[in-house]
Every structure is written in C-alpha cells, then in structure tokens.
Design a protein around this ligand. Sequence first.
Ligand SMILES: [Zn+2]
Length: 427
Amino acid sequence: MIRVLRNGTVITMDEKRKQKYEKLDIVIEDTTIKELTTHYEGPFDQEIDETGKIILPGLVNSHTHLGMSIFRATNDNYNLQDWLNKKIWPIENQMTDEDIYYTTLLSCIEMIQTGTTTSNDMYFGINGSLKAIKETKVRSVFSRCLMGNIEKESFDKIEEFKDLVEKNQGNELLTFTVTPHSMYTCSKEYLKECKKIADEFHLPIHMHYCENQAEVEGIRKDYGKSPAEALQELGFLENKLILAHGTWISEEEQDLLAQYDVSIATNPVSNLNLGCGIADLVSYQKKEINICLGTDGQGSGNNLNLFYHMSLVDQLQKAKYQNPTVMGSYDVLKMATIQGAKALGLEDKIGSIEVGKKADIIVLDLTNTEIYPTVDLITQVVHNTESNNVDTTIINGNILMQNHQLLLPIEEEKLKKQIDKIIERLM
Ligand SMILES: [Zn+2]
C-alpha cells in the first residue's frame, strides 16, 4: 500500500535538512516513510491533498499514566504527597483490570485526537491497559509500575512485568521500560532488583525523580547523599534512564547526570498544579542533558494534549530568567518530538519525518479565524495550536483519524457512559 500526502508544509524535525519546514510530498509505503520530495510522480494507491496544511512528526509524550483519565484535574489545593495519599491511591487500589481498560481507552483516544502518537506509560492493571493500547493501535512504551519493599507482593509485580515483556515480543508498536515508581515508594533492595531486570532485558529505566523539594529532602535523609549520587550508588546511571520531572536538580548533580545517558522528562503543567516548582531547563540544556516532555497523568496534568503543555515550557523559562531569549519555540518542539524519541531509545524509528523512519505523522489545519494568520509557523504550532487543529493522525502508517474523524470502531458515547459508571462506583 503506497500513500502520498501531497503538498503539505512539512516540519521535518530532521536536523540534517537546511530548512525547518518546506513544501513536500510524503510517500508512505505500508508502515514506513519511503520518499520525501517536492513532487512525487511514482505509483500510488491513495493520495491525500494536504495543500494549506501543516505536517509534523507525531508527538511523543515522555511521561504519563494512561490509566488515570478518571482523575482528570483532581489536584486543586493538594500538594503531591497529600494528593497521592488521599485522592489517588485509595481509589486506584479498588480499580479492576476492566476499569483500567476503559480509562486507558479514553486516554488513547485523547492522544490520537490531540496528535500524540507515542506515550511512555507507567501504570498497573496491565492486562486492561494493554488491551486498550492494542485496540487503538497507538505506539506505546509500556510497563508495569513497580512499588514496594522486599515483601512477596512486590516481587510478584516484577514477575508480572517479566512475563509481560516475554509475551509481547515482536509487536512493532510496543517496547518496554522498567518503571520503579520512585525512590520514595521503593526500598533500596527493591530498586536493585529493578536494575537487575533492566540489565537482563536491556531496557531503559523510567522513574519519578525529584518532583518537589520534600522528595529531595526525603532521599537525602534515606541515602545520606544527593539524589543523583543515590542513583549512582544504585547503579542506575549505567542504564539508559528517563527521569520524570527532575524539577529540583542542583548544578553539581546536573554535571553528574550529564555524563550519562539520562533524559529529563519535564512535566510543567503537573509541576505548576501541584506547586512543585519550575525546572531549570535552560541549565539542563546548556549542560546537554536530553530534555523531553511529558503530560503526567490527567490528574495533575489536566489533559494529554501536548500542544497545551508545550506552550508553557519556554514561557516558564523566559519568566524564570526574566529573559525572552533563553529558550525558543523550536527548542520546545524538539522536546516533544525527536528528543522524546531519543529518551525512549526510538530515535531511529520516530521523532522526525525522514526516509526510512516509521510513518508516525500528524496533520494540522491552522486556518480557523481565531488563530489566523500564521506568520511564524514554529511559534504558531507551539503556542497557538489547539486540539481542534489536529486534522489527521497516522501511526505506523495506519490512519487513525482523518478530517477530525476517528477511524476506529469505538463508540465514544458508549465509552463515556462506562467511564461515568466507574466514577459513580469509586469516587
Ligand atoms: Zn507521573
């Protein structure tokens, strides 16, 4: 099957190209981008006229919890620790696999409708969420959230994760990370077990890290050293590491982390909502630490629409530094695309529109009156794009949404009723 996307303005995110965007035809053969050219004259099965539209690589959400859609915007007036203890964990303890199937399904649809094609997910109830992820054909870096100490139940979670990885080899849309929840929910012994699995299966480690100052103080007390040194003691710095949040990292610790394959997945909306602070991304960038972008779950992040989250990233840095030149829109777009792919070890497959990469592509229509006209395209994409501007979402060559119509056999109204029932029962 050969598809041609004709005459769109393509923001490739390919650093090797001279221009940030240009008018191109994109030729997709099955799952893969086969050709990028000003005018394709070869054979095709389907052509789609994208004149006047903007095309970019599908966005990469580098930290989220897809099963959390029922907690959407439940964080008002809570700090992180109280919110988890009082609002989230007691309800999560009662959620069944079936509940998590529906809550994840809702999140997958939200992703497709807002132009995200890959998510780095951390949750439990894996049978339910995996079913939803497979049904919606989104690309997922999947896991089983690991929390605990040396008790049997915690080790059962590791066995469950190993089983998950072994049973799901060969699925093109699915890769895995080992996800100890954080240093404050896992004992040292348990974290060492998590590392063993990462080594054995050659997988990255994805965990929450230094989200607020209380967490940093707790780690300092438990380990008698800085959080980055604690990571070093655990051997985690030898692994590919995705640290979610990293809101509070001292200059010294940044220097240490910069020597390793560490990515910081920043979650600005979640950090603002929970009063955690503003990560010093300008400094991380200077030290060449790879920064990628996450939404966190909808509970603290409000939504999975990465366009909404992107718009805050550089603005916060400009305000923090009282200097509008410290970070620009293109830096932010890189965090949500190619740098996300790099963090997840998928930079050879996704994150930019290049020949040989997988066809994870989104199409935007930016012609609605309230955001008209588009003069500076990159700034417009990062700062003025709303979910209703996402026209088409393609993952692995599959068109999942076109002309704003979801092309999956899922009845959204029925799904909402299922979600309402879960809320009625649990909340
Ligand atoms: Zn999180």
